[in-house]
Design a protein around this ligand. Structure first.
Ligand SMILES: CC(C)(COP(=O)(O)OP(=O)(O)OC[C@H]1O[C@@H](n2cnc3c(N)ncnc32)[C@H](O)[C@@H]1OP(=O)(O)O)[C@@H](O)C(=O)NCCC(=O)NCCS
Length: 157
C-alpha cells in the first residue's frame, strides 16, 4: 500500500464523552484510568485514520492531572499527528472538560503517545508522512523530534 503524505488536518479526531457515575471515584470526580483509556482510544483512531493501517500504542508519555473533572461534565478529546518518524509517530491529545450548566470549559490535560504502524503480518511498517501546515502544527512537529530524542535516550538507560 503506497499512500501519499497527508496533511495533519486530514486525520484530526474529536471525541466527546459524558462523565457518568460509573466513570467516577467516591468524590464524584472522573477516574484517571478512565481518562487514560479515552486518550488512548482517541489517539489510536487518529493514527489509524492517518496511516489507514492498524496501529498499536508503543508508549505514553507522562500525563499530568491539573484539574479534576466532575460527574456530568462533557469531556472532549482532540487528537492529531504531531510527527511521523519511520514506522512510529507521535500523536498529541488535548483534553477539555465542559460544564454546560455553568457554561465553563477548561483545558485539563495534554498527552503525547507513540503509535507504531503495522503491516498485514503485524510487523512495524513505514508510516505515511504527515505534513504540518498551521503554525501550531509546525511547532508541534519541531517539538515532537525533541521528545522522541528524549524517549530514545531514556530507553537506552
Ligand atoms: C511497539 C512494537 C510494535 C515495536 O516493535 P519492535 O519490534 O520493538 O520494533 P522496532 O524496535 O523496530 O521499533 C519500531 C518503532 O517503534 C518505536 N518504539 C518501539 N518501542 C517504543 C517505545 N517504548 N516508545 C516509543 N517508541 C517505541 C521505535 O522507535 C521504532 O520507531 P521508528 O521506526 O519510527 O524509528 C512492539 O513492541 C509491540 O507490538 N508492542 C506491544 C504493543 C501493544 O500491545 N500495545 C497495546 C495495545 S494497542
Amino acid at each position: 500500500m503506497n499512500i501519499q503524505p497527508k496533511k495533519v488536518s486530514e486525520s484530526i479526531i474529536t471525541m466527546t464523552e459524558l462523565v457518568l457515575p460509573n466513570n467516577t471515584n467516591q468524590l464524584g470526580k472522573l477516574l484517571g484510568g478512565q481518562l487514560m483509556h479515552w486518550i488512548d482510544i482517541c489517539a489510536a483512531l487518529c493514527s489509524s485514520k492517518h496511516t489507514q493501517r492498524v496501529c498499536v500504542t508503543a508508549s505514553v508519555d507522562r500525563i499530568d492531572f491539573h484539574h479534576s473533572i466532575n460527574l456530568a461534565d462533557a469531556v472532549t478529546l482532540v487528537s492529531s499527528i504531531n510527527r511521523v518518524f519511520n514506522t512510529s509517530m507521535e500523536v498529541g491529545v488535548k483534553v477539555y472538560a465542559e460544564s454546560f450548566r455553568e457554561g465553563k470549559r477548561i483545558h485539563t490535560n495534554s498527552a503525547y503517545l507513540t503509535f507504531v504502524s503495522l503491516d498485514n503480518d503485524g510487523k512495524p511498517t513505514a508510516a505515511v508522512k504527515a505534513i504540518p501546515v498551521s503554525e501550531d502544527e509546525k511547532r508541534r512537529y519541531e517539538e515532537a523530534l525533541q521528545r522522541r530524542e528524549a524517549r530514545l535516550q531514556s530507553r537506552k538507560k
